[in-house]
Design a protein around this ligand. Structure first.
Ligand SMILES: [Zn+2]
Length: 504
């Protein structure tokens, strides 16, 4: 089966921060997991480069919008290897191939009769690149997100007949309860739809940094239309000489932050309906990683609020895998939650260094000491078989709903189970008693096999660490089919391993 996962494309004006890393890491976990299941995976991320905010920033700096976009897109591209993202392509919306495909799709929307020319007058936030509806305007005609005064804009625009799609969208929400996840976000989007959809400005005439409207080249498309279509256009040119659209469309999961819910849960499906394209199977809306600032106030981690933490520092000190693990472990994926350096250090120490890292190095060390580094070729312990029963299926079922934190927790329960097992069995005691040699064989084999089973399942979360550990276990295979506890035979030669998560 094909599995197509996307992140939002990141607005090129922003400085890459933990919020960007978070969505990309989450998409990466899904992509890696599905590859382990043998699915045909395509994982897309990229940068959103058009629109007024980029044009304005370029003007301020005295460079062209393209120069600014080139420079800033490079910073987002550089983030990907640092967080170990396994994306299959990186799309930039200033790519002429993207622009040509946007024009094709939008021409279809036009030819299907879903656009018209009109006058737009309304409150516009240049930082959001969004016209605000009456309910979205904060006190004193300010942007509730950016806290800056909104501009009153009046211009002749092309409009998208969004209002016509109110009923079709209501029907989709009724028929497909999993279209937008989690449920709470689906309800929010649906109530926005039910409150009445107004037609949407589709183009801007005062701007040149954008994709020209093919039937009226004095206009460029409103940046959101151009940006949303990246999910469609990338498939047509991501592989030289090959169109992947039939193979991967529609997306299986589109991950977004809740700040862009309206665009992805309302405008986006309407646009696809207008273009005659299939809708994504799931739009998954994650929450915010919140930081307590010195005043104890929680706020969204956003550059514009001056409340940025630097994921690069965490990765440099503790490694990429520790950051990946922490983001998905600390805050239930889909909800808001607080992240902090104190919380990070505590998880790092108690879970990564102790629960997991220590378990791994102890297990390997005991096989080396008591069995010359060869995993005994005996049956695994029936007591553990029961505790691992169905774990792989459970993880798959959770990740099929993008429950990244739930799946991680299910795996971690077994990590803890293995730690209890070591304490219960006390192999160092068994080793002193020649009559207990067979029992020691079973315990060592079970321990190593348990570590291997959880490590294969943890691979999407912590790719580098788990690969290193599986190599040391002499069983580098990543396929989930072989992940079940007891699936790998004994007899492997293991290698000693330094601490996977050294304490600082
Ligand atoms: Zn704004």
């Amino acid at each position: 089966m094909s599995f197509y996962v996307t992140t939002p494309i990141y607005y090129v004006n922003a400085e890459p921060h933990l919020g960007h890393a978070y969505t990309t890491i989450a998409a990466d976990v899904l992509a890696r997991h599905m590859r382990q299941r043998g699915e045909d995976v395509f994982f897309l991320t990229g940068t959103d480069e058009h629109g007024e905010p980029v044009a304005l920033a370029a003007e301020r700096e005295g460079v062209t919008p393209r120069e600014l976009a080139d420079r800033n897109a490079a910073r987002f591209q550089a983030l990907l290897p640092q967080i170990d993202a396994s994306n299959d392509y990186f799309i930039r919306t200033s790519d002429p191939r993207h622009e040509a495909r946007v024009q094709e799709v939008m021409q279809r929307v036009h030819d299907n009769g879903h656009v018209y020319k009109g006058i737009y007058e309304g409150w516009y936030c240049p930082r959001c690149a969004d016209f605000k509806t009456e309910t979205e305007i904060a006190e004193g005609n300010t942007c509730p997100i950016h806290k800056i005064p909104l501009d009153r804009e009046r211009e002749e625009n092309w409009f998208f007949h969004l209002s016509r799609f109110q009923r079709p969208l209501e029907r989709i929400y009724a028929e497909r309860p999993g279209f937008v996840l989690p449920r709470q976000r689906s309800n929010e989007a649906l109530s926005f739809i039910r409150s009445g959809l107004q037609d949407l400005s589709l183009s801007r005439s005062k701007l040149t940094w954008g994709v020209p409207v093919p039937w009226d080249p004095s206009h460029v498309f409103y940046v959101w239309f151009d940006a949303l279509l990246n999910y469609v256009t990338a498939l047509s040119f991501a592989r030289e000489g090959e169109d992947l659209s039939a193979r991967f469309w529609p997306p299986t999961f589109q991950l977004i932050g809740k700040d862009i819910l309206k665009f992805h849960a309302v405008y986006w499906p309407a646009l696809l309906l207008a273009a005659g394209l299939e809708l994504p199977r799931h739009v998954f809306v994650h929450g915010y990683l919140l930081m307590k600032d010195s005043s104890g106030e929680k706020d969204k981690m956003s550059k514009s609020l001056g409340n940025v933490i630097d994921p690069f520092e965490v990765m440099e000190r503790f490694g990429t895998d520790a950051l990946r693990f922490y983001c998905l472990r600390e805050v239930p994926f889909g909800q808001d939650g607080v992240v902090s350096t104190v919380g990070f250090e505590s998880r790092y120490e108690s879970e990564l260094a102790n629960d997991y890292g220590n378990l791994a190095s102890r297990s390997l060390a005991m096989v080396a000491r008591y069995r010359d580094g060869v995993v005994p070729d005996v049956e695994v312990d029936a007591a553990l078989v029961a505790d691992f029963e169905g774990l792989g299926d459970e993880v798959c079922a959770l990740l099929d709903r993008a429950e990244l934190t739930g799946a991680l927790d299910a795996i971690w329960q077994r990590v803890r189970r293995l730690n209890r097992y070591v304490e219960e069995q006390a192999p160092w005691q068994l080793a002193k008693d020649p009559a207990a040699a067979q029992r020691l064989d079973v315990v060592l084999r079970s321990l190593v096999e348990g570590v291997r089973a959880v490590t294969v399942l943890l691979h999407p979360y912590m790719p580098a660490t788990t690969e290193k550990l599986l190599a040391a276990l002499g069983r580098p295979e990543l396929a989930l089919a072989g992940a079940a506890f007891g699936a790998a035979p004994g007899g492997a030669q293991v290698e000693a391993l330094e601490q996977l998560f050294p304490k600082s």
